[in-house]
Design a protein around this ligand. Structure first.
Ligand code: KG4
Ligand code: ZN
Length: 339
């Protein structure tokens, strides 16, 4: 069969990214221009600055992706782009570029759900992985347990009632003075701390065994820091980081493995930026080995925002004949499985 080449574009938050992907699994190029240094100044992503920066970067990043792949636009079979969820001003930059290219070279346009992209990153890192499997999606904006019943067919069985896991990492990191983005910094500092030093709470939500809540643990950390300050006690930041991380990882792993057992799934794929977390990976490895579940996670560069994952998700849409019109709009709060 003739190979399918997809040019994929991603600009939903603070990374401008483009990639060329062959047959959904083989990455020919994966260019990412990160704005992290810019937003660090403000302690978080500033939407207006993010969209302006995307405008500056989008064309160079797309050209670089094509040139690294040694391919031309004419050789592409489709143009894929994230159209939600995300920051509307950021999404619109990638979407407008994708529409303009699709129109100019007369190629099909395929809109991709950002989170479905995160799940599909596993198809690149694990060429043998096929649905059905359960995915624990943990990013800056999402904490979901999803049954991936087939390519592009999802059922959410667990979700967060308040903060996403990555959001909690970022907020706690800010509170202990680590800055943005917090997840990787807490991960690093936690290696020097004792995860059992402080007993932070794990939320149990009545009648929703697979749902999450991270605002409680976040508030508990803030209270702990306040109390130390009032008592004039020195804070061991490494212990706080390790104990907080332990509480979050405990909840994430426990509920994901319980859901896999309850729904009869023997494969779990981690997805999203928090899937980079070393404690999460380690605990998941241990729990999955015990429960005889096979664990998958993408390589670190494919866990955080990138366009290759969008190309992987788009390939399966392409095979199903899904095409979008030039009237495709950005949908900042797009739900998983929606079109
Ligand atoms: O998936 P992602 O790149 O963007 C969203 O779609 O949100 O995820 C970003 C999130 C941030 O909250 C960041 O702090 C977190 O992923 N993150 C981590 C780690 N690396 C990134 N959280 C914990 N440990 C890490 N090593
Ligand atoms: Zn993301």
């Amino acid at each position: 069969m003739k190979p399918v080449y997809i040019l994929a574009i991603e600009s939903s938050c603070d990374e401008t990214a483009a990639a060329v992907v062959r047959n959904g699994r083989e990455v020919l190029s994966n260019v990412i221009s990160s704005q992290i240094a810019l937003h660090t100044l403000y302690g978080g992503v500033v939407p207006e600055i993010a969209s302006r920066k995307h405008i500056e970067k989008i064309n160079p990043v797309i050209l670089e992706a094509l040139s690294e792949a040694k391919m031309s636009l004419d050789e592409m079979d489709a143009i894929a782009v994230t159209y939600g969820p995300g920051l509307v001003g950021s999404l619109l930059v990638g979407l407008s570029a994708a529409k303009a290219i699709a129109y100019a070279v007369n190629k099909p346009l395929i809109g991709v759900h950002h989170i479905e992209g995160h799940v599909s990153a596993n198809y690149i890192s694990h060429p043998e992985l096929e649905p059905p499997f359960l995915s624990l999606i943990v990013s800056g904006g999402h904490s979901h347990i999803v049954l991936v019943k087939d390519y592009g067919v999802y059922e959410i069985v667990g979700r967060t009632h308040d903060d996403a896991a990555g959001e909690a990492f970022d907020k706690v990191a800010r509170a202990i003075g680590l800055g943005y983005p917090g997840g990787p910094k807490i991960d690093k500092l936690a290696r020097e701390g004792n995860p059992h030093a402080i007993a932070f709470p794990r939320a149990h939500i009545e009648d929703c065994p697979y749902d999450y809540s991270f605002s409680g643990v976040k508030s508990a950390v803030l209270n702990y820091l306040n109390q130390c300050e009032m008592k004039d006690e020195e804070v061991n930041r490494a212990d706080v980081a390790a104990s907080f991380q332990e509480a979050v990882v405990d909840a994430l792993c426990g509920k994901a493995v319980a859901a896999a057992n309850a729904f009869g799934y023997d494969k779990i794929a981690l997805a999203g930026g928090v899937a980079c977390n070393s404690a999460l990976r380690q605990k998941m490895e241990e729990m999955c080995a015990e429960a005889k579940i096979k664990l998958y996670y993408p390589s670190p560069v494919l866990c955080t925002d990138n366009a290759a994952m969008i190309g992987a998700a788009a390939y399966y849409e392409y095979l199903k004949g899904i095409r979008d019109g030039l009237d495709l709009n950005a949908v900042p709060s797009l739900k998983i499985g929606e079109r």
